[in-house]
Design a protein around this ligand. Structure first.
Ligand SMILES: C=C(O[C@@H]1C=C(C(=O)O)C=C[C@H]1O)C(=O)O
Ligand SMILES: NC(=O)CC[C@H](N)C(=O)O
Length: 911
């Protein structure tokens, strides 16, 4: 007989923390354990009406060797916050089994045996402190420990070290208090600065197999000694079970997964759901009802509104139960509209060529191709001045896998009247296929838009593109913050006037140009079948006008209706009598000057709405109250300023002009220009984001680069000063929380043992700010089941750096605090692509502005006439922690906003 100890079967009760997958990974990777997760309010086991466990829960416990009661937001005093965890402390002797409580779980244990739950004087989120222990039980044989804490509340067992702040004998520190005689202290944090006094860090019950720790053993900044409590606990589990539960645990049935973590951050393996989706809170009948309402509305509309009716009736081509049939109809319609015969399972072959063109910049190529006045998606690696604080030149090692931030720029070309688009609306869960002329070809209600997107990418699977390029073709566009909220089960607040905007908007890009900045090669490629003519044309285009190229776009601009305005301005301001000969002589300068004048003409009349200090400060305080109460550890508070510009004729390409100016003023690794839509329904996005959300290379390597920690560049602040400030516990705590959160997101997809933090809190320099950046990497190939970039994207939205932690509760809190601002929309979402070869790259949509052509405001000018204005929105914000100051947060938000706002106007009065 094999007497090797069998794998321990553990049940993890997930209280909606954003670190749960890290805990599961710690167990599964390091020890012979299999962890099954359920949420604390799993309806199968928890009756939310009575706030009690159902009978099944006790049968469930019987299937396991032990339970981990996880951390989470809220307080153990609230039965809803702890859910099933609260049931673990009063099990009947026959159901008794070992339990390890972590943070909230630990607090709940202590509460059950007489402790008081109190609010810390100074919350401890992302703070690393020394934990004092005496090497017993969980801490057996452990050395000095440094551990990360994430808590606002603490456990008061009314121990004399807590009440009187002293003990008479050193050993008394380890004795139970009178108030909690069954709880033996195992570890303390003495808090040398005395703000919090002695904080209990670990306990064990004297007679029951229950113990717990206040700190987070799974955090990247808890040292290896701190994590060793896990091994010690498992030893106790084995010993206790051998003595008390021989033959008791039943085999686990098919419902168990070998690795709960890989089921995604938000899915209970016991619920048998798709691994990508969360059950929406709104019941399906409600969603149906909203469509019924639309149908009724359609019938009532006057016939005169023919265009609208046509569009709506096309829209009503809904497949109510989409699943496979809807999806296959979608795919066949896509093929039909591209006039390509369906060749199932036949990958497309990328047709491509390249040429070396030193000096041909991305902006120039775009102008050459007429992008300033057409639909396009441009993802441009800027000449930003990113410099790391270390000299290890680590980015070289990234080179082979492609996730560098400065090597490639991608231009997604729209084929006039042919480029298809996918739209998805969170408010009614409808996915639309739109034609190149912006009509809805097909629409369906879908419960799983991510699987639809996955199917589209798979349908267009391509091979034989240039291996070194990250992109061959595919879906380019954006995903809004609200689409991210949907993935974590937070129902977006719907302001009716804006919620009809597409939350996911991707163009199906067949033709593209990729610039490799490392060797000045320009690749032009197509996944249209038999598109050789275009390749030929592209080559000619990219080569021919080159000699002339220092004056791109000027002819285009001067040939528009703006010619009179431009000539007049040049005449008035520069005494240029003849515009054509002036351009001929001045080439490059002429282009810049003309842009400048066109821009000035509009920007002179910009009307900015700022953000009041007092309002923002109140919101910072509200965030801090939520943090103090234990409901969040960090909240990324944001607000939006609006910029109104008189509408400009399309041929001016004003958004392109603004974009070029933004890139010039704030070069960043992830500049992006998007103009998608037609007939005055376009969305325009200009972005200079410093932050990569997620990249996946074609061979499955994935990388996140979250930013947290900001120092504004200003006179007198040197790099050393910035590094000093960014080494403060406040800034590092902000970053650490997000690193742990992203590890959790990634662990949820790639599984235990496959996540690495390759850079932790490195200072990077940008045009206007210094930032603290971390890099978290993993490999999709290590996932137990096949996973794609779409799975990873869906499992990690919205970006943790824009939410705070724990993600779900923080998003709910922020929604409430930011309700006056309404939807974040594109801001805080992600911009990028899903490549038909399998890769992906998305930046976080920050340091950006966007507008919709049909969102017009009419204002009266001083002379009494009316004028229509476009509304550009600029979002900005920052992470609020317990250590933040309202003033500091306001300044930080303005600093970020003004990197974009200064493109529009000299100054915004924030009053
Ligand atoms: C919220 C913004 O930025 C986010 C917040 C940061 C911070 O708190 O330090 C840094 C980068 C972004 O993740 C923004 O730019 O608007
Ligand atoms: N990480 C946690 O479990 C936190 C527990 C509790 N919400 C607190 O803030 O103290």
């Amino acid at each position: 007989m094999d007497d090797k100890p069998r794998r321990l079967r553990l049940l993890f009760l997930d209280a909606y923390d954003s670190f749960a997958n890290n805990i599961i990974a710690l167990f599964e990777h390091t020890f012979a354990t299999t962890v099954t997760r359920i949420y604390i309010d799993d309806p199968q086991f928890w009756d939310s009406a009575t706030l009690c466990a159902r009978k099944d829960f006790y049968s469930l416990l019987n299937l396991f060797d032990a339970v981990i009661a996880g951390p989470g937001p809220g307080t153990p005093l609230d039965a809803q916050d702890v859910g099933l965890i609260g049931e673990l402390w009063s099990l009947s002797p026959e159901s008794q089994l070992p339990v390890l409580g972590i943070c909230l779980g630990f607090q709940s244990l202590a509460l059950a045996f007489g402790a008081k739950i109190e609010i810390l004087n100074e919350p401890r989120h992302g703070i690393i402190t020394e934990v004092i222990h005496r090497g017993t039980h969980l801490f057996w044989d452990l050395d000095k420990i440094w551990a990360t804490q994430y808590h606002s509340l603490h456990v008061n067992i009314q121990h004399c070290i807590q009440v009187q702040e002293k003990v008479y004998h050193a050993r008394d520190i380890w004795s139970p208090s009178q108030a909690c005689p069954s709880l033996e202290p195992l570890a303390w944090d003495y808090d040398h600065d005395r703000h919090n006094g002695a904080v209990l860090m670990g306990v064990v019950h004297k007679s029951l197999p229950l113990c717990g720790v206040q700190y987070h053993p799974e955090s990247i900044c808890t040292d290896s000694e701190g994590a060793k409590i896990v091994g010690n606990w498992l030893e106790h589990v084995r010993t206790w079970n051998a003595k008390n539960r021989v033959g008791e645990t039943k085999p686990i049935h098919a419902r168990e997964t070998s690795q709960a973590a890989e089921n995604g951050a938000h899915t209970s393996p016991l619920r048998q759901q798709s691994s990508l989706r969360v059950t929406k809170k709104s019941p399906p009948h409600r969603r149906r009802a909203s469509w019924d309402a639309v149908k009724v509305l359609a019938e009532q509309l006057p016939m005169a509104n023919g265009g609208y009716i046509k569009r709506l009736s096309q829209t009503l081509n809904i497949v109510d139960n989409p699943t496979a049939s809807g999806r296959s109809k979608l795919l066949s319609l896509i093929s039909a509209h591209l006039n390509t015969s369906d060749e199932p399972n036949q990958p497309r072959v990328v047709q491509w060529d390249s040429l070396r063109q030193s000096g041909l910049r991305v902006g120039s190529i775009c102008e050459l191709l007429g992008i300033p006045v057409t639909e396009a998606v441009v993802l441009e690696s800027g000449d930003h001045c990113e410099k790391s604080s270390d000299n290890d030149n680590d980015d070289e090692s990234d080179y082979d896998d492609g996730p560098r931030t400065d090597r490639f720029s991608i231009i997604g070309l729209f084929i006039p009247e042919r480029t298809l688009r996918i739209h998805y609306y969170v408010y009614n869960q409808v996915l639309e296929l739109r034609s190149g002329t912006d009509t809805v070809i097909f629409s369906m209600q879908t419960a799983d838009v991510w699987s639809d997107l996955k199917a589209i990418v798979e349908h267009f699977r391509a091979i034989n593109g240039p291996t070194e390029l990250p992109f061959w073709g595919g879906l380019m566009g954006f995903v809004s913050y609200e689409a991210g909220l949907e993935t974590i089960g937070v129902v977006p607040s719907t302001k009716q006037e804006t919620s009809s905007r597409a939350d996911i908007c991707f163009a199906l890009i067949m033709r593209s140009i990729v610039v490799d900045h490392s060797n000045e090669m320009i690749y032009y490629q197509t996944i249209e079948r038999n598109d050789w003519d275009w390749l030929h044309l592209a080559r000619t285009r990219l080569q021919e006008p080159y000699k002339d190229f220092t004056r791109p776009n000027v002819p285009g601009l001067v040939e528009t209706a703006w010619r009179p305005v431009i000539s007049q301005t040049l005449k008035d301001e520069m005494r240029v009598p003849d515009i054509d000969s002036w351009i001929g002589k001045n080439t490059h300068n002429a282009r810049n000057t003309i842009f400048l004048h066109v821009k000035r003409h509009f920007l002179r009349q910009a009307l900015a709405t700022g953000i009041r200090n007092s309002t923002y400060s109140r919101k910072v305080q509200e965030c801090q109250e939520a943090i103090r109460a234990g409901n969040s550890y960090e909240l990324c508070l944001t607000d939006q300023s609006t910029m109104r510009l008189p509408i400009s004729p399309p041929e001016v390409g004003l958004s392109w002009v603004l974009y070029r100016d933004l890139v010039g003023k704030n070069p960043a690794p992830f500049n992006a220009y998007l103009r998608i839509g037609q007939d005055g329904h376009d969305v325009h996005i200009i972005s200079s984001s410093p932050e990569r959300f997620l990249s996946v290379s074609r061979n499955g390597k994935c990388q996140y680069r979250p930013i947290k920690g900001t120092v504004k560049k200003q006179r007198g602040v040197t790099r050393e000063d910035a590094e000093f400030i960014l080494s403060s516990s406040k800034e590092r705590a902000e970053n650490l929380m997000i690193v742990d959160l992203i590890r959790h997101d990634l662990h949820g997809v790639v599984g235990a043992g496959n996540v690495e933090v390759t850079k932790l809190m490195r200072v990077e320099e940008f045009e206007t700010v210094y930032q603290l950046v971390s890099v978290i990497e993993g490999d999709l190939k290590s996932a137990k089941e096949p996973k794609t970039a779409v799975d990873l994207l869906a499992a990690s939205l919205p970006p943790g750096s824009m939410t705070g932690a724990p993600k779900k509760r923080s998003c709910q809190i922020l929604q409430d605090i930011e309700k006056e601002t309404g939807r974040r929309g594109i801001y805080s979402g992600v911009i990028g692509y899903l490549d038909v070869g399998g890769g992906a790259d998305f930046s976080v949509a920050i340091r950006s502005a966007y507008k919709y052509d049909d969102e017009l405001t009419t204002l009266r000018k001083p002379d009494g006439s009316l004028r229509a204005y476009d509304t550009w929105r600029i979002g900005a914000g920052g992470a609020v922690t317990s250590q933040s100051t309202a003033e500091g947060e306001y300044e930080e938000m303005l600093a970020k906003r003004d990197t974009v706002a200064r493109v529009f106007t000299q100054c915004i009065i924030d009053m």
